[in-house]
Every structure is written in structure tokens, then in C-alpha cells.
Design a protein around this ligand. Structure first.
Ligand SMILES: *[C@@H]1O[C@H](CO)[C@@H](O)[C@H](O)[C@H]1NC(C)=O
Ligand SMILES: *[C@@H]1O[C@H](CO)[C@@H](O)[C@H](O)[C@H]1NC(C)=O
Ligand SMILES: *[C@@H]1O[C@H](CO)[C@@H](O)[C@H](O)[C@H]1NC(C)=O
Length: 413
């Protein structure tokens, strides 16, 4: 009896549903649409490191709190935001590892402070790995606390040296944006990008004293599709260095100085390095740097090619070597062998480069005896030297190319 009643009421239900099937379908569609729109437009779920026990006193080690928060934001099946609020948070070394379920924003509003050198076993302080769709932003600062570590860096003086930790390591990231953050006083490099694809870096500030050792701003290796723009970089080494294995790199609206300038290289130190293809540097200003635009390859190098570089609309303010190709790079007092570099440099354009040189040889194109540079172009160059010994000069060796438009110093091509 009870069973019969149940089946009766069930069939009544089906009947009503059947009658309204059309409407129910419409309702279901609508609800689905709402849910979809809500998910797409809802603000990200926030994971505040303070809710995971982080203390902003600049002294407590917050590594566990940060990693716990990361675990949750990374497993969140939607848009997630890890929030580091105002305050000083001592952290690290830490590795934030993906893949994550949804897009993650790493919002730094406060200061993330590095521990002292003794706390490090690895060569990275804050590392991001294997993440797709990461955004790092928030207006805050990564403070590498480099001053006490710099005296321990022996690398500028000797080949056999222990590398200090790099502040921010980005490895195997795709579709990542790094915007509106600062990095100051790294122990070694500020940022190192390795095996990344499609990365945008915008409106960031990087700073360390001009005499701090190996505090490169951004080093890029084995990556493609990297775009750096609207940023200020002043350090004790290269503002931006583009190592082997890179393609499609674009740098625009960057202010560089102090530092060693914007460099491609050094290339050819190790066997099996990848070629460098497609570098575009546009509308940048270099102030008081040792080099402006530099391509450097090691003597006695491995075989590879560096091609398709365009440097245009660049202002040099009191730069020691504004335009320089150095294929006899050897930073130590003597290199093992004297054989020439085997890095083949071709299709290079220097265009609309103006300003002042601190050395007389404002344009110095020293290519390899083994593989001369091919198809180098100088177009509209105006570099002034006001020191002793007369006006600026240019110097070329082992190079084939053409010059167009006004040339000061007179072109050696
Ligand atoms: C970078 O520095 C400039 C000038 O000092 C400042 O206006 C800007 O807000 C800074 N950006 C960040 C992300 O701190
Ligand atoms: C170069 O990289 C940019 C992203 O920075 C990307 O949009 C573009 O498609 C890439 N071009 C090529 C030819 O790979
Ligand atoms: C070039 O860079 C300057 C800042 O150095 C900026 O004000 C200007 O808008 C940039 N021009 C273009 C065309 O991007």
C-alpha cells in the first residue's frame, strides 16, 4: 500500500515535470548560464597569509604559513588570490609549485623579506615553478637583504665560486604576468627566468647599489615570448641579460642605470647552448651604465647562432660603451685558450641611437675572427664624446654590414 502510494506520487511528479519540461529546460539553461557568468566574473577567492598564521613583524619565519596558503590557493578550483597584506613578512627560501587548478594571483601588498645567507641551501629565495596563468602583482616589494651577503660573493674574482641565491626564480611558467612590484637588494640576481613561455613583465622597479656584485635585474634563459615594458632597473650588473636558448624577446620603455646595461650573453660558455633568435629593444634610456647595448660571446666558445636583433630609439646618457659587440669576452685575467668565439652573429640593426658616450670609442664592433658578423646595420647614430682626445670614434673588426643616414661617430662599416 505504502509502496503503491509512493509510485503514484512519483508518477504524478513525472507528469507535472513532463508538462513543464519545456520550462524546466529553459530554467536549467538559465541557471547554468548564471553559474557560468558568476564563476567567470566573481572576484577571486582570497587566501590571506595572515589567516594561515603569518606574522608581519619582520622576524618570524613565515615560510610555513605562505606554503600552506599556496597549497589552498593552488588547489582552488576557480580564480584564487594569495594575499600578502601590508607589513613586513620574513619568508624563505620557498618554492611555489604548480600546476594549479585555476588561475592564481600572487598579490604582494607588503614587503617580503629574505632571511640571511646561512638559511639557504639552494640558489633561489622565492621560486615559482610549473604554473600556467600566474599573475604576480600588488605594489609591494621583495627585499633580498643583499648587503650582508655581497661580501661573500667571490664570483667576480674567481671561476670556482659558490653562487649566492637569486631573489625570484621563475621556471617552467607559461602565460604569466608580473606587474607593479619591486625587487630590491637581491643577494645575487633579482629575477631569473628559465624555460618560460609567454611572459609579460610590466611596471616593475628593480634596484640595488651600482657597486653590488652580480645583482643583475632580469636574466632570461631558454625562454620564448618574453615582453618587458615600462620598468625601472638600476643594479650592480646587467639591467637585463638575455642568455642562450631564447627567442622572441621584446624590451620597451625601460629605464636602465646604474648597471652594466642591456646585454645579450654571455653566449657560448657551455656546450649545447641554444641559439638566440629575435630580440627587439625599443624606446629605452640608459643612464650612467658601463654598457648600453651589448652582445658578448666567450672566446673559444661552443657553436651557436645569435640573429635577428633590433635595437631602436635608444637614449644613452653618459654610457661608457654605448654600442658594443664583444666576441672576445673573458672576464677573468686569462682564459684557458685563445681560439676565437664560434658564435655566429647576424642580422643585427642599431637604429636611432642618440646621446653621450663616456669613452671615445662609442661604437665598438669586435666580431670573431672565426665567424665574422654578417648583415649588421647602423642607422641614424648620434653619440657624442666630450672627453680628452677628440670626438667619438667607431671601431669594427671581422664584420660585414651597411650604414644608413647620419652617423656620428663616422661609421666604420
Ligand atoms: C617605481 O618607482 C616609481 C618612481 O620612484 C614609482 O612612482 C612607482 O610607484 C614604483 N613602482 C612600484 C611598483 O613600486
Ligand atoms: C612573441 O611573443 C608574444 C608574447 O610576448 C606573442 O604574443 C607572440 O605571438 C610571439 N610571436 C612569435 C612569432 O612567437
Ligand atoms: C618612450 O619612453 C618614454 C619613457 O622613457 C615614454 O614617456 C614614451 O611614451 C615612450 N614612447 C613610446 C612610443 O612608447
Amino acid at each position: 500500500m505504502a509502496r503503491k502510494k509512493k509510485s503514484q506520487s512519483q508518477s504524478t511528479l513525472f507528469l507535472i515535470q513532463g508538462m513543464d519540461l519545456k520550462w524546466n529546460l529553459r530554467l536549467a539553461c538559465l541557471l547554468f548560464l548564471f553559474a557560468w557568468v558568476a564563476k567567470a566574473t566573481s572576484p577571486a577567492k582570497v587566501f590571506n597569509v595572515k589567516d594561515f598564521g603569518a606574522i608581519a613583524d619582520g622576524k618570524t619565519d613565515n615560510s610555513k604559513a605562505f606554503l600552506d596558503a599556496w597549497k589552498e590557493v593552488c588547489f582552488w578550483d576557480g580564480m584564487g588570490r594569495l594575499l600578502i597584506p601590508k607589513g613586513i613578512f620574513l619568508v624563505g627560501p620557498v618554492v611555489f609549485k604548480g600546476p594549479c587548478k585555476g588561475p592564481v594571483t600572487f598579490q604582494v601588498s607588503g614587503v617580503v623579506k629574505a632571511p640571511s645567507l646561512e638559511q639557504f641551501k639552494s640558489d633561489g629565495w622565492v621560486e615559482f615553478q610549473y604554473i600556467n596563468g600566474l599573475m604576480i602583482t600588488g605594489g609591494g616589494t621583495f627585499d633580498g637583504q643583499g648587503a650582508l651577503a655581497w661580501p661573500h660573493n667571490k664570483c667576480p674574482k674567481t671561476v670556482k665560486c659558490k653562487l649566492l641565491p637569486t631573489s625570484l626564480r621563475f621556471s617552467f611558467l607559461t602565460d604569466t604576468t608580473i606587474r607593479s612590484i619591486s625587487s630590491v637588494n637581491s643577494k645575487l640576481f633579482h629575477m631569473n627566468m628559465f624555460n618560460c613561455k609567454n611572459i609579460k613583465i610590466q611596471s616593475i622597479n628593480i634596484s640595488a647599489p651600482g657597486d653590488s656584485p652580480n645583482t643583475d635585474g632580469i636574466h632570461i634563459g631558454d625562454s620564448s615570448g618574453v615582453k618587458i615594458s615600462r620598468s625601472m632597473i638600476g643594479t650592480g650588473d646587467d639591467c637585463i641579460s638575455i642568455g642562450p636558448g631564447n627567442s622572441n624577446i621584446s624590451i620597451s620603455n625601460v629605464l636602465c642605470g646604474p648597471g652594466h646595461g642591456i646585454s645579450i650573453g654571455s653566449l657560448g660558455k657551455y656546450p649545447n647552448e641554444g641559439d638566440v633568435v629575435g630580440v627587439n629593444v625599443r624606446n629605452c634610456t640608459l643612464t650612467g651604465t658601463t654598457n648600453g647595448i651589448r652582445i658578448k660571446t666567450w672566446q673559444d666558445s661552443s657553436i651557436l647562432s645569435a640573429s635577428n636583433f633590433k635595437f631602436q630609439d635608444i637614449v644613452m646618457n653618459n654610457v661608457y660603451n654605448p654600442i658594443i659587440i664583444d666576441q672576445e669576452y673573458c672576464p677573468y685575467t686569462s682564459c684557458a685558450q685563445e681560439s676565437p668565439s664560434r658564435v655566429k652573429i647576424s642580422d643585427i640593426s642599431f637604429m636611432n641611437i642618440h646621446g653621450s658616450s663616456r669613452s671615445q670609442v662609442a661604437v665598438n664592433l669586435l666580431c670573431s675572427k672565426g665567424v665574422p658578423c654578417q648583415n649588421v646595420e647602423l642607422r641614424n647614430i648620434n653619440l657624442v664624446y666630450n672627453g680628452l682626445g677628440g670626438p667619438a670614434t667607431s671601431s669594427c673588426s671581422n664584420i660585414k654590414g651597411t650604414s644608413f643616414g647620419p652617423q656620428s661617430p663616422p661609421s666604420c662599416l
